[in-house]
Structure formats: structure tokens, C-alpha cells
Design a protein around this ligand. Sequence first.
Ligand code: ZDP
Length: 284
Amino acid sequence: MAIEFTKYHGLGNDFILIDHRHSPTLTMTPAAAIALCDRHFGIGADGVIFVLPGQDNTDYTMRILNSDGSEPEMCGNGIRCLARFIADLEGLEPDTTKTYRIHTLAGLICPELQPDGQVTVDMGEPRLLAADIPTQLGEAEGKAIAQPLTVAGQDWIVTCVSMGNPHCITFVDDVAAIPLSEIGPQFEHHPVFPQRTNTEFIEVVAPDYVKMRVWERGAGITLACGTGACAAVVAGVLNQKCDRTATVELPGGNLRIQWHPETHHLSMTGPAEKVFTGTWNRIE
Ligand code: ZDP
């Protein structure tokens, strides 16, 4: 069976977008997602994203498969790409302002298309309880803020935040010096994270400007992570290192993050760009 797809990226975090509006039931296997995402034998991407019919009073549903075939609850860069993909499917003019209500495994998420091509996403509230992240760090009914953790024979101080998906944040003096491909997998698979974890290293340049590098659960080193940038600002505020409004500089570019004091929702603004369309002909 041939699969029509469109490649998008958000700051170099790249995704294969598939129109699945005809059915609420996803049938793609983890093996097929791994094959599509392979950068040498496949199309190449950090994940596969599907737009399905809405549920629970939403316009559409988003489902994601990581490049290792696992299914995360949410994807911040991906939902900006999804919003642009839907606008293309609906034939909207590129400068239209429009908000979509999207059902995800992390609940309702609302991306808003901006006339300048950027997309602002209401990412909802962070979850801070250790049991919800989930992590065994700290008390189950408490938060995991500034907790000691030994990884790769080194002692780290970490803060854990869920944006629907789990994140473990460590503040460092120099993000460039972190051997990410060596230690990233050891954070991801550490036994204190029963659902594994996304891992972010943050260098606070100023309270409203941080540099971040990420090791993503199920995808490894990526050029950007939207949920991770939101989690980083939350961790920065909880540790009195960051303002509630901050720019997060990632290897692929910058995201603007705001943690609203009244609603406790985060909003994230960044680009989403179409790269090419194609047809996948291999049978998996
Ligand atoms: O939680 C996970 O398993 C992540 N790999 C999901 C993808 C997160 C993403 N990088 C983002 O921008 O939030 C797409």
C-alpha cells in the first residue's frame, strides 16, 4: 500500500505527517515507523505524526510515533507542524489566523496559526507531582525539584516536569561541554524513570534567555524539543533561575516560552515549515 506523506520541521526537529482523517484507528506498526524514520534506508525523521478525526469535542486528534516506534503522549514542535499540515489540507491561505482544538494523549492542546508563519501553542499546564511524571525521585505525592541523581558515575541535581511526556532537566555551566550521546541514554533508561525520560541540559545565560540541548526519549539527539523547552522554563522558574517569559535557544533555533501566572498554562511560539511531499511504497 502506498502512503502519501508530507515532511515538515520545527527548528530542525523533523516529522513525517500523514493524513489519517478517514479513520480514528491507527494501524501503523512500530516497525513501519522505524523504517519510515530511518535516515539512510527510509524517508528520515525524528517521528511520524498522524492527523485523525477529533474526539471529546475537538477538531482533530494527533498521534505520534517516535523514530524508535514508541508512542509519546505529546510533541511540541510536532503540533506546530500538525497545525500547518491541517491548514494545508484545508486549503487555508498562508497568512490566515486560526486556532485548532487538538486531542492528544496529553489532553487538549490548542495551536494558533499566526499570519507571519509562526505557530503559538497553548500547551496546557505542567504536571509536577513525581507520581504523575512518572519518577521515583522525591516523594510520590511531592515534586521532584533539585533532586540528587547519579548517572554515568557522576552526581547531578535534576528537576522533573511532565508536559504530558516526562522530562528531566539539569542546569549546567556550559551545555556545549556535555557529552550528550554518551550520558543521554543513561538518563533516558535510568530506573527512577519507569516510562523512560526526555533529558534536557540547560545553561542559563540570563533569566529570560537559556541555551538547551536535548536527548529525546525514543529519538536520541534532536535539534529542538518543544515540550522540553516548556519543561526547561518551568524548571528554571521552580529553581529561581528563570523568568516566566524566556527564549530557549536550541541547536535548531529559538522558541519563545511563557508560563502564565493566572492560568498556569504554557505557551510556546516557533516556526513550522513544509519541506516536501512524497509517496512511501515499501510494504512493512
Ligand atoms: O516524549 C517523547 O518520547 C518525545 N520523543 C516526544 C517528542 C517531543 C518533541 N521533540 C517535542 O518537540 O516536544 C517532538
